[in-house]
Design a protein around this ligand. Structure first.
Ligand code: CP
Length: 335
């Protein structure tokens, strides 16, 4: 029988399932993986670790980074992948339900990574998988407006690495700017902040796209300090990291975001001098015009590194999911 024991680290559905111990563990593992990946010998070692596993990448919502980083993370570990990126090529067009389709994937593979537009689908699929004999893990890479937890994990890693000489995330002031109402990355990241000591959040958003009450209540409940502002320049001198997001106009009802003046929520080179020397600028990408391309040249711009960190963090997640992380943490190449 191909059952796996239930464990805390199985389905990856939402950031609330992670505590500080797991977060620190994943960050340490990601750094160890990157050390292995510096040499051909290390890369060949990684490629043998999960060569007996198969993954389904079910991405019917557009994605560049999340899809490619999971695909490459699988390749790094030797995992073979199958993919569906357009539901019009699957038997959904014959009327098969999404849950039946997902159950079909579980017949063939050892993990399902999914991004779809249907809210709650990842959680529903995980609940279904828990009832069937061949229980395989689900990784939620975005499900409608629901959070993508692995993005938040790579964001945490990028913050921790950027602040490694100044005590990590603890005690830092982190601003989030843009469409905070509909941006699922910022919402996911907020849920993780309770795991860090004395973090202060600053939400900078157009009135219409302010952070929603559920997140604010969560932060209040866990004693995470936050404030709201619409004045980026006034806030910048106290900010250690700014996490910028694009306006999520794919969720507009009738093009309402096109009617707004969003100029106050864009980051240009004129803002750089107001930031701390050790500050960090992040963005989940893709960007439009909310960060000027000239900002890329500043060493505090970490979004391209953040994107690459996503691949390494996803390698770490897969290693931990299949319970072979110790082979990297205690691998012979580290000796
Ligand atoms: N950050 C992110 O989710 O990018 P993609 O939509 O390109 O996957």
């Amino acid at each position: 029988m191909d059952r796996q024991p239930k464990s805390e680290f199985f389905h990856i559905l939402k950031t609330q399932q992670f505590d500080r111990i797991i977060l620190d563990d994943l960050c340490e593992l990601t750094t160890a993986i990157r050390r292995f990946a510096k040499t051909k010998e290390g890369l060949l070692y990684l490629r043998g670790l999960l060569a007996h596993k198969r993954a389904m990448l079910y991405f019917t919502q557009p994605s560049t980074r999340t899809f490619l980083s999971f695909n490459n993370a699988c390749q790094i570990l030797g995992i073979q992948t199958s993919e569906i990126r357009d539901s019009s090529t699957s038997s959904e067009v014959k009327g098969e339900s999404l849950l039946d389709s997902l159950r079909t994937f579980s017949s063939y593979v050892d993990v399902v990574v999914m991004r779809t537009k249907e809210e709650g689908l990842a959680e529903n699929a995980a609940a279904l998988f828990d009832t069937i004999q061949r229980r395989v893990p689900i990784i939620n890479a975005g499900s409608g407006k629901d959070q993508p937890p692995t993005q938040a994990l790579l964001d945490i890693y990028t913050l921790e690495r950027s602040f490694k000489e100044s005590g990590g995330i603890d005690g830092k002031t982190i601003a989030m700017m843009g469409d905070l109402k509909r941006g699922r990355t910022v919402r996911s990241l907020c849920y993780l902040m309770k795991n860090y000591r004395k973090v202060k959040l600053i939400f900078i958003a157009p009135d219409r796209f302010r952070m929603e009450e559920d997140i604010k209540l969560h932060l209040q409940h866990h004693g995470v300090e936050y404030l709201e502002s619409s004045d980026l320049k006034a806030m910048l001198p106290q900010i250690d990291a700014i996490y910028i997001t694009r306006i999520q106009d794919e969720h507009d009802q009738a093009g309402e975001s096109k009617l707004l003046d969003l100029s106050a929520f864009k980051f240009g080179t004129e803002h750089l001098r107001l930031m701390k020397p050790g500050g960090v600028i992040m963005h989940p990408l893709p960007r439009r015009d909310e960060i000027h391309p000239d900002v890329d040249l500043d060493p505090r711009a970490k979004y391209w590194r953040q994107e690459r960190n996503g691949m390494w963090m996803r390698v770490a997640i897969l290693l931990k999911l299949f319970k072979v992380d110790h082979l990297v943490m205690h691998g012979h190449l580290l000796d």
